[in-house]
Design a protein around this ligand. Structure first.
Ligand code: ZN
Length: 77
């Protein structure tokens, strides 16, 4: 995706901390907000490591495509 950029070797320490399956030397595609946090050696605010999780989708909602899901997340945030 256009809005994602790769991590680099300077982010490896924090990636090892927050991603249990992270393999050193591997670059990860992340958004600019998360990359800014990693560059300061901070855990991104909405990382699962911080306890973040997506809200449960109500059972009565129709199946969402990606665009509808993104719009729904915008409304929640
Ligand atoms: Zn992010």
């Amino acid at each position: 995706m256009k809005d994602l950029s790769e991590t680099s070797s300077i982010h490896e320490n924090i990636l090892q901390k927050i991603l249990p399956n992270y393999v050193c030397g591997t670059n990860v595609d992340i958004c600019s907000t998360c990359k800014a946090a990693l560059s300061k050696e901070k855990v991104p605010l909405m990382a699962t490591y911080n306890g973040f999780s997506y809200p449960i989708i109500p059972y009565d909602l129709p199946t969402l495509n990606l665009v509808m899901l993104i719009l729904r997340l915008w409304v929640i945030v």
